[in-house]
Design a protein around this ligand. Sequence first.
Ligand code: NI
Length: 186
Amino acid sequence: MILPVYLYGHPILRKETKDIPLDYPGLKDLLDNMFETMYKADGVGLAAPQIGLEDRILVIDTDSISKDDPTLKGFKKVFINAHIIERDGEEQAVEEGCLSIPKIHEKVPRQFRIRIQYLDENLQPHDEVFEGYKARVIQHEYDHLDGIMFVDRLPGIRKQMIRSKLNKIMKGDVNCSYRVKPAPRK
Ligand code: NI
C-alpha cells in the first residue's frame, strides 16, 4: 500500500522516535508499505516519521542509482531500532534530496564512515560499518529518526537561499508525482 509522504513543516518530522517492541504488530506489512511508498516516489530511502510514525525504522534501496556507483547495486536494507554509535572520516559535501522536501537538492556535509547497530527485517541484530555513499544515505535517513532534516545541516547562506521554497512546501504548495501530506493549517 502506498502511503502519503509527510512534508517539511509537518510537526511529526520533528519528533524523537522510539525503539519498537519485538512483537510490533504488522511489522512485515509496514516494511512492505515503506518500500512501496519509497519506490513510487523514486526515493532511495525512507524513514518512519516520513509516513507519520514515531518509530526507529528506516528502509533503503540504492539500486536505482547504482549506474553511477556500482557499489550501490543491490544495497537494499531495513534498519530497525537503529543506533549510530561511531562516525569518523573527513566530512564531504555531496548533493542530497528528500521526499519530504520535494525538488530541493543541496550539498550536505556528512562524515565518511559510520558504525551502526540495528535489527534487520527478521529482527536479527547487526553491528556494521558503512562508508561513502551508503553511509551518507543511512545518515540522511537516520537524521529523520532524530527529527533532523537535511536542510538543517546546510550553511546559513544556503538555507537563506531556499527559504522561500521551504515556505511554499510548508503551505502545501507543491507539485509532486507522489502522494504527500502537508503540515496542518494553522
Ligand atoms: Ni529525507
